[in-house]
Design a protein around this ligand. Sequence first.
Ligand code: ATP
Ligand code: MG
Length: 112
Amino acid sequence: MKRIDAVIRPERLDQVKALLGSIGIQGASAAEIRGFGRQRGHTEVYRGTEYSVDFLPKVLLTIVAADEQVPKIVDAIIEGGRTGKLGDGKIFVTPVDEVIRIRTGERGEGAL
Ligand SMILES: Nc1ncnc2c1ncn2[C@@H]1O[C@H](COP(=O)(O)OP(=O)(O)OP(=O)(O)O)[C@@H](O)[C@H]1O
Ligand SMILES: [Mg+2]
Protein backbone atom coordinates (compact mmCIF):
# COMPACT_ATOMS: atom_id res chain seq x y z
CA MET A 1 0.00 0.00 0.00
CA LYS A 2 1.04 3.57 -0.63
CA ARG A 3 0.07 6.93 0.74
CA ILE A 4 -0.33 9.67 -1.81
CA ASP A 5 -0.12 13.21 -0.47
CA ALA A 6 -0.95 15.73 -3.13
CA VAL A 7 -0.73 19.48 -2.64
CA ILE A 8 -3.01 21.08 -5.20
CA ARG A 9 -4.64 24.41 -5.97
CA PRO A 10 -7.89 24.80 -4.00
CA GLU A 11 -9.72 25.77 -7.18
CA ARG A 12 -8.74 22.44 -8.79
CA LEU A 13 -10.09 20.25 -6.00
CA ASP A 14 -13.50 19.67 -7.60
CA GLN A 15 -11.89 18.62 -10.87
CA VAL A 16 -9.43 16.29 -9.14
CA LYS A 17 -12.23 14.86 -7.02
CA ALA A 18 -14.36 14.13 -10.07
CA LEU A 19 -11.52 12.31 -11.82
CA LEU A 20 -10.68 10.33 -8.68
CA GLY A 21 -14.34 9.37 -8.39
CA SER A 22 -14.32 8.11 -11.95
CA ILE A 23 -11.48 5.67 -11.19
CA GLY A 24 -13.20 4.35 -8.09
CA ILE A 25 -10.95 5.22 -5.18
CA GLN A 26 -12.22 4.05 -1.79
CA GLY A 27 -11.53 7.07 0.35
CA ALA A 28 -9.64 10.32 0.61
CA SER A 29 -9.00 13.14 3.03
CA ALA A 30 -8.63 16.79 2.16
CA ALA A 31 -7.34 19.61 4.31
CA GLU A 32 -6.92 23.30 3.73
CA ILE A 33 -3.29 24.15 4.26
CA ARG A 34 -0.86 26.93 3.46
CA GLY A 35 2.42 26.34 1.76
CA PHE A 36 5.18 27.59 -0.43
CA GLY A 37 7.29 26.07 -3.15
CA ARG A 38 10.41 27.25 -4.87
CA GLN A 39 8.99 30.72 -5.42
CA ARG A 40 8.05 30.88 -1.75
CA GLY A 41 4.46 31.78 -2.38
CA HIS A 42 3.34 34.76 -4.33
CA THR A 43 5.92 35.81 -6.87
CA GLU A 44 6.74 39.37 -7.66
CA VAL A 45 9.29 40.57 -10.12
CA TYR A 46 11.23 43.63 -9.04
CA ARG A 47 14.01 44.96 -11.24
CA GLY A 48 14.18 41.69 -13.09
CA THR A 49 14.45 39.52 -9.98
CA GLU A 50 11.67 37.34 -8.61
CA TYR A 51 10.73 37.99 -5.02
CA SER A 52 8.52 35.84 -2.89
CA VAL A 53 6.11 37.09 -0.34
CA ASP A 54 4.00 34.66 1.61
CA PHE A 55 2.43 31.26 2.18
CA LEU A 56 -0.44 30.60 -0.20
CA PRO A 57 -3.63 28.57 0.39
CA LYS A 58 -3.44 25.04 -0.98
CA VAL A 59 -5.36 21.81 -0.47
CA LEU A 60 -3.58 18.72 0.84
CA LEU A 61 -5.25 15.61 -0.49
CA THR A 62 -4.29 12.30 1.13
CA ILE A 63 -5.19 8.93 -0.33
CA VAL A 64 -4.02 5.49 0.81
CA ALA A 65 -4.37 2.89 -1.92
CA ALA A 66 -3.11 -0.46 -3.15
CA ASP A 67 0.19 -0.24 -5.02
CA GLU A 68 -1.36 -1.07 -8.39
CA GLN A 69 -3.81 1.83 -8.06
CA VAL A 70 -1.09 4.43 -7.61
CA PRO A 71 -0.24 5.23 -11.26
CA LYS A 72 -3.84 6.01 -12.21
CA ILE A 73 -4.39 8.06 -9.06
CA VAL A 74 -1.27 10.08 -9.82
CA ASP A 75 -2.42 10.54 -13.44
CA ALA A 76 -5.85 11.74 -12.27
CA ILE A 77 -4.33 14.27 -9.88
CA ILE A 78 -2.03 15.59 -12.58
CA GLU A 79 -4.82 15.78 -15.15
CA GLY A 80 -7.21 17.51 -12.77
CA GLY A 81 -4.68 19.70 -11.03
CA ARG A 82 -2.43 21.03 -13.75
CA THR A 83 -2.76 24.54 -15.09
CA GLY A 84 0.81 24.73 -16.36
CA LYS A 85 1.57 27.74 -14.21
CA LEU A 86 3.91 28.04 -11.22
CA GLY A 87 2.36 26.65 -8.04
CA ASP A 88 0.38 23.71 -9.47
CA GLY A 89 1.61 21.66 -6.54
CA LYS A 90 3.33 18.37 -5.88
CA ILE A 91 2.61 14.71 -5.25
CA PHE A 92 4.44 12.66 -2.63
CA VAL A 93 4.19 8.86 -2.55
CA THR A 94 5.27 6.94 0.55
CA PRO A 95 4.93 3.32 1.74
CA VAL A 96 2.21 2.41 4.23
CA ASP A 97 2.78 -0.45 6.68
CA GLU A 98 -0.73 -1.04 7.95
CA VAL A 99 -4.34 0.05 7.64
CA ILE A 100 -6.98 -0.87 10.19
CA ARG A 101 -10.73 -0.30 9.83
CA ILE A 102 -11.75 0.70 13.31
CA ARG A 103 -15.32 -0.61 13.08
CA THR A 104 -14.43 -4.17 12.12
CA GLY A 105 -10.76 -4.58 12.93
CA GLU A 106 -10.01 -5.55 9.31
CA ARG A 107 -6.42 -4.98 8.36
CA GLY A 108 -4.39 -4.41 5.22
CA GLU A 109 -5.85 -3.82 1.76
CA GLY A 110 -9.19 -5.20 2.91
CA ALA A 111 -9.47 -2.25 5.24
CA LEU A 112 -9.03 0.37 2.52
N1 ATP B 1 9.41 20.12 -0.90
C1 ATP B 1 8.17 20.31 -0.47
N2 ATP B 1 7.78 19.80 0.71
C2 ATP B 1 6.52 19.98 1.17
N3 ATP B 1 5.58 20.67 0.51
C3 ATP B 1 5.91 21.20 -0.66
C4 ATP B 1 7.22 21.05 -1.22
N4 ATP B 1 7.25 21.69 -2.41
C5 ATP B 1 6.02 22.20 -2.59
N5 ATP B 1 5.22 21.92 -1.54
C6 ATP B 1 3.83 22.29 -1.38
O1 ATP B 1 3.27 22.41 -2.67
C7 ATP B 1 2.73 23.71 -2.88
C8 ATP B 1 2.93 24.12 -4.30
O2 ATP B 1 4.29 24.00 -4.62
P1 ATP B 1 4.76 24.47 -6.07
O3 ATP B 1 3.88 23.84 -7.07
O4 ATP B 1 4.88 25.95 -6.09
O5 ATP B 1 6.21 23.78 -6.11
P2 ATP B 1 7.45 24.27 -6.96
O6 ATP B 1 8.52 23.27 -6.69
O7 ATP B 1 7.72 25.70 -6.65
O8 ATP B 1 6.96 24.07 -8.46
P3 ATP B 1 6.64 25.23 -9.56
O9 ATP B 1 7.98 25.68 -10.05
O10 ATP B 1 5.82 24.52 -10.58
O11 ATP B 1 5.88 26.31 -8.85
C9 ATP B 1 3.45 24.57 -1.86
O12 ATP B 1 2.69 25.70 -1.52
C10 ATP B 1 3.62 23.62 -0.70
O13 ATP B 1 2.43 23.56 0.05
MG1 MG C 1 6.27 27.13 -7.01
